[in-house]
Design a protein. Structure first.
Length: 197
């Protein structure tokens, strides 16, 4: 229920502007930038997690035109976005590199659902390639945010509900064919040495 309550709230109430002047890569971490440029489903929050292992660590509650810079450990990682559904993105990250992903909306049963898509060096869909002009356009359309206290408290209090939602959709993710899942995975070579401007 708590997941549904948050996802039904108007966006912008669970984040603050990230006022850091630089979000550059660090030599000991991989930088993952997740953005939500679309205004479709604007009243619904998309909640992004680092779901590596058994933990569901809240990264940000993204509304339209928002993005987050997340410093992750290198290696095999799993990311998740929750709204009416849960969706996943696998990643094998290299320290010192910057990676990009986008939250994309689609219509659900009661409200908008969201998916996570990586930008890859070589993607079947050109708009999700690192050299796509659309990537630069989307990046410029979004401003950086951080989760506020309400979002952090939600992450703590709703741990059980989040785990239930994850388990509900994890089976569908596991059953996805490899020919489809390959486009939903960040590989080490999908990172860039310098952030895209």
């Amino acid at each position: 229920m708590a997941v549904l309550v948050l996802c039904g709230c108007a966006t912008g109430r669970h984040s603050i502007r990230d006022t850091r002047t630089s979000n550059d890569a660090r030599p000991d971490k991989a930088l993952v930038i997740v953005m939500r440029p679309s205004s479709y489903g604007a009243a619904i929050s998309s909640v992004v997690f680092d779901a590596t292992g058994e933990r569901n660590d809240l990264i940000a509650v993204l509304g339209p035109k928002e993005k987050v810079a997340y410093y992750s450990d290198a290696g095999e990682r799993l990311f998740m976005v929750i709204a009416e559904n849960a969706d996943f993105m696998e990643a094998n990250l290299e320290a010192g590199r910057t990676y990009y992903a986008i939250v994309t909306p689609r219509m659900g049963v009661w409200k908008a659902r969201f998916s996570l898509h990586p930008f890859k060096a070589d993607h079947a869909e050109h708009e999700f390639r690192l050299d796509s002009p659309q990537l630069r356009k989307w990046l410029k359309a979004c401003h950086y945010v951080l989760p506020n206290r309400d979002a952090e408290e939600y992450g703590r209090k709703s741990a059980g509900d989040i785990a239930t939602r994850r388990a509900e959709f994890a089976g569908k993710w596991a059953e996805m064919l490899e020919k489809d899942k390959q486009w939903r995975r960040l590989s080490p070579g999908d990172g860039v040495d310098s952030p895209i401007q």
